[in-house]
Design a protein around this ligand. Sequence first.
Ligand code: FES
Ligand SMILES: [Fe+2]
Length: 371
Amino acid sequence: MNNLLNDDQLIERILEHVDNKTTDMGSEVWREPTTNYLNQARFDAEVALIKRSPVPFCPSSMLADKGSYVARKAVGTPILVVRGMDGEIRAFINGCRHRGMPVASGSGCARAFVCPYHAWSYSLDGKLKNIAGSHGFPGVDPNEYGLLQVSVKEKGGLVYVNQEADIEEVDLEGYPDFFSHNQEYFEQESLIDQTNWKLIAETTMEGYHIKGLHKNSFYPYGLDNTNVVESFGPNSRVVFPFRRINDLREIEPEERNIVGLVTSVYNLFPNTVVSILSKHSTLTIFEPIAPDQTEILIYRVTNQLNDGSTVNKEDAKYDADFVKGAGLDEDREAAVKIQETINAGRNTHLTFGLFEKAIVHFHQNLEKRLS
Ligand code: FES
Ligand SMILES: [Fe+2]
């Protein structure tokens, strides 16, 4: 369980903030050394932390059918996640046991994986089925040559992997269920920016910049510096209300519904964000490449409406295009420019204030887990 407010409580808290011109605030100002966005040793320690954490890999809806798979690198490690004929999801190091070639790429649906190098084949549960020209490999026992397993768990519409430890029930305790099975996956995007992964992550964790940075994109629809900010474990949720949430004042409290009136952004420590937007939702993974380079990997799914039906893919895509063309690019550009001023080496700290409570929570946890 977690202590996140339910929808009714959220509505009440937001309307109170609007009335009082307030927002949720933290209790301390945090100064983060800029060297932590430059230093290779620090970067390596963060990558190691991500490898030993349960990290969302993809939405479950990408793996709806038996044989459906997603192969990609997660912090540099090639990983293959597949739904077996028994309906179970399994994850493997995506490397053939012969000489290490990846056995799958991208996403799709397969009956088996045939290595593109010398055609060794593996069943969906990772077992080595066939060695092409097996008489050339005397003494090689196929039972010992299955794909190497990685710990994986499916929960609440997401598939999580942990590269270096088993994912236990308790690791995901308090994580909300994000997506239902009828929310359809409709697109993915990969963007590479010259910025530290934390700088781009930080843009998602506060609403203090809505009027400043998003003056002509989000601000016409959204409220500035009016947020509900909560944490659960090392994670956080920041709720960004739209102006139209004020329409709820005309509706009896028991009939109010928050769907479509806020954007909820869940930062799943360390490097992942789930955003529930108006007509679609995203799973975003910040893949650190170098201290000053990050891949932003975004998976998009349709949203569920109040009546249980789902938004059609065209409407969801229209919603996604608006967010992409507007706020997302502004956030990305800010993160790249900040990296440049950090690279200049004169400013010793970034300062996060009481409005940036979720970022402070993030850095507190990062520091704790790295030390
Ligand atoms: S590397 Fe896969 S069959 Fe040779
Ligand atoms: Fe932003």
